[in-house]
Design a protein around this ligand. Sequence first.
Ligand SMILES: Nc1ncnc2c1ncn2[C@@H]1O[C@H](COP(=O)(O)OP(=O)(O)OP(=O)(O)O)[C@@H](O)[C@H]1O
Ligand SMILES: [Mg+2]
Length: 351
Amino acid sequence: MPKKRGDKDRYLQIIEAMGEGVLLISRKHRIGLANASAGRMLGWKEPLRGKMLEELFSGSELESRVDDVFRDGGQQTFRITSYHDAIGSDAVVRGKGREKQYEFCITLLDEKYAVATFSDVTMLERLEMVRKDFVSNVSHELKTPLTAISGFSETLAEEDLSEEERKGFARIIQKNAAHMERIIGDLLLLTSLDRTEIEPTMEKTSDSRILQEVKAYTQYKAGSRDIAVEYASAGESIICNESLVVQALVNLVVNAISYSPQGTSVKVCTKRRGDMIDFIVSDEGYGIAEEDLPRIFERFYRVDKARSRESGGTGLGLSIVRHIAIIHKGTIKVESALSKGSVFTLSLPVS
Ligand SMILES: Nc1ncnc2c1ncn2[C@@H]1O[C@H](COP(=O)(O)OP(=O)(O)OP(=O)(O)O)[C@@H](O)[C@H]1O
Ligand SMILES: [Mg+2]
């Protein structure tokens, strides 16, 4: 009957057009039908029909989940992690392989077949993880100074303290409160930089003016660590948000000073490159290992927690630099070698 045949083609067309992956799975785990989205999500160019489930989702618990559906009937929804040939830039690299997360919904059709719909939730899972990490990092970073503040203020309330002791405790409280203020200030700045709907105000200034300000803000730090900082500007004008660019460079220069042994030197210079200006901060410090390089721009990431904390760092500085580069449509790059030093290049469009 022609009408029935037309209906069937229509259903197949609809399944083929779905954004979710669709698989018909036999009791023996063989794929009876698969739509285009399933192939695309799994990165298979050849047809999936006839393949075994274990080929497509190796290392996952999907097979046993399918067995459950054939045994218990009904419908089951769950997430799996698959380790085999995960493709795409969002595939999570862990151990030696890459992995992806999929959300599945499997329904028993009849004695022989179950139908599965699935979607790739790797990105979602990752965002969820970033959010959880972020909250736990913020809490941890604020708890440390807060514990000191509450501990020392309790001691301060005791009566038999000398004037000297009292002052000493008050100074510790002040120092920790200042540290908390800085963390909160950095977080608020990051949040405001995240707001893509707000365009920063741009003004005309020059690289030499910017370097002068950076020098003024970082002099105290260089002096305290006996590190000579040299400045050389190309004498170019630039349209940017001056205070943000100064803030980014201050973060880079303070890092260069903090993560270098005493007596070494730091160089800050600018170079015109086509319609970009490169702000280059180089040091002769401890350097950064290759495996840490891709992560240093993440919020709260510190290579050497002890060393960074000793210098009062929270791991927010470079993520602020990266955000400032992005909102200027510029870039931030780093080259580094352990115990040789690091070169950070902030490239911004001239206008
Ligand atoms: N010039 C550098 N040389 C060596 N390591 C560096 C350098 N700059 C950054 N790092 C490493 O990268 C990490 C992240 O830097 P970032 O500026 O984001 O955080 P921080 O300096 O620890 O804290 P904050 O800047 O928030 O006070 C640092 O903890 C440090 O381990
Ligand atoms: Mg820093």
